[in-house]
Design a protein around this ligand. Structure first.
Ligand SMILES: NC(=O)c1ccc[n+]([C@@H]2O[C@H](COP(=O)([O-])OP(=O)(O)OC[C@H]3O[C@@H](n4cnc5c(N)ncnc54)[C@H](O)[C@@H]3O)[C@@H](O)[C@H]2O)c1
Length: 377
């Protein structure tokens, strides 16, 4: 099968997420790295792309040059990944969709709900895919949890509790470090800090596993380090459309927690527990029964979990391969095979609506507010 052609914007040398995209896109031989505008500094971006094997004429200085360069090529890219800082996602994603490219956009997809709705509509009008990189949802054992919930193996879900709390911005002495400071500066980060950065992964995961959507929420935000205009800690209670009760804690000052992303789902006949620091294991307890460890790669897993496992049982299969699973589903979708678990623009705008709802709630002493984007009310 011919490889699909892939390009990336952002993800330059030294970036946090760029390597995971490269490893993920290239892991299964489905894509080749054909074009890139990798850095906000044109020369550095061109040079790095060439070093990574991109042809000179497709190593672009910026995304507009890349759009023009790729638009009329007979061998133009099949997919572009947008891995730039948040405030640029909307403009770049919309432009590439309008030009008829499939897009994988980093989270958060946009800065406002209105922009998010525009992306949903632009994707629909273009007939192209717009995926959003909620890559934790692509770990095999997260897919197993989702399949178990869908198959009724824990009964109706009563409660979902999720945390994405780390301590990497917890050192007050480091608060003025430019790589940290922008995240709490509204001019750079938008209306929310930690909730928009990490909380939305946890909220998406709750919807994803429970097969349900957040309807209302109540939020308490705190800025625990002096000078931070945006929250570095948030507690969010939410309710989902099917009545599921949700609790979410996200923090960047939880010193001692490293990645700190976990989720527990409690149904009428059983409970499930998964943590990103132990991604190969899903903990399952049937009501009145023994707690069991369901291990990635063992027999009897649901199809989706089996399909997305590559290496043998008990061997670590980590973050870049979860990202690779997003690319596997994208390759299938580009070739016309529908892939149910692929996070899309609708998920992106739901997250943005939840962020703005949480900001509104937190500034009104935790009042319960509608967390749905207007287009889904
Ligand atoms: N899905 C995840 O788990 C996950 C994890 C980390 C980051 N992210 C997201 O990925 C995005 C990038 O985050 P990061 O931590 O890699 O940032 P970063 O600051 O480490 O890297 C950003 C890169 O984009 C380049 N860049 C900036 N503006 C550009 C432009 N206009 N055109 C081309 N290149 C440009 C920079 O030169 C740099 O190479 C953010 O939106 C972030 O929220 C997602």
């Amino acid at each position: 099968m011919t490889k699909l052609k892939w390009g990336m914007i952002g993800g330059g040398e030294g970036s946090q997420i760029g390597p995971a995209h490269r490893l993920g896109a290239l892991a299964d031989g489905l894509f080749e790295f054909s074009a890139g505008a990798l850095d906000h500094r044109p020369d550095e971006g061109r040079e790095y792309a060439q070093r990574l094997g991109v042809a000179t004429d497709r190593a672009y200085g910026d995304w507009k040059e890349m759009l023009e360069g790729e638009r009329n090529r007979p061998d133009r890219i099949d997919l572009v990944t947008v891995a730039t800082p948040n405030s640029t996602h909307f403009e770049i994603t919309r432009a590439f969709l309008e030009a008829g490219f499939n897009v994988l956009c980093e989270k958060p997809m946009t800065m406002t709900v209105e922009e998010g709705e525009q992306i949903v509509r632009t994707a629909e009008a273009s007939g192209k895919l717009c995926a959003v990189n909620y890559c934790y949802s692509a770990y095999p054992m997260v897919r197993q949890a989702r399949a178990m919930v869908r198959a009724g193996e824990i009964g109706k879900v009563r409660l979902v509790v999720t945390n994405f709390s780390h301590g990497h911005h917890g050192d007050a002495a480091d608060a003025e470090n430019p790589r940290v400071r922008w995240r709490y500066d509204p001019a750079m980060a938008g209306v929310s800090g930690q909730f928009a950065d990490c909380g939305i992964h946890a909220l998406h995961m709750a919807s994803f596993i429970c097969n349900d959507e957040v309807e209302t929420l109540s939020a308490d935000f705190a800025s625990t380090i002096a000078g931070r205009a945006l929250e570095d800690d948030a507690m969010v209670n939410f309710r989902m459309a099917r009545g599921t009760v949700g609790r979410l804690w996200t923090s960047s000052v939880a010193i001692g927690r490293q990645h700190g992303f976990d989720i527990q789902v409690f149904g009428e006949t059983g409970g499930l527990r998964w943590a990103s620091e132990h991604p190969n294991q899903l903990i399952y307890t049937p009501v009145g029964g023994r707690t069991q460890i369901i291990e990635k790669g063992e027999s009897g897993l649901h199809d989706d979990a089996q399909r997305l496992s590559r290496v043998a049982i008990a061997h670590p299969e980590g973050f870049p391969l979860a990202v690779a699973n997003i690319y596997c589903d994208l390759a299938d979708a580009i070739r016309g095979q529908s892939r149910d678990g692929l996070p899309g623009a609708a998920d992106g705008v739901r997250s943005m609506a939840a962020v703005h709802a949480a900001v509104e709630s937190a500034s009104n002493r935790g009042a319960w507010v509608d967390a749905r984007p207007p287009m889904f009310r």
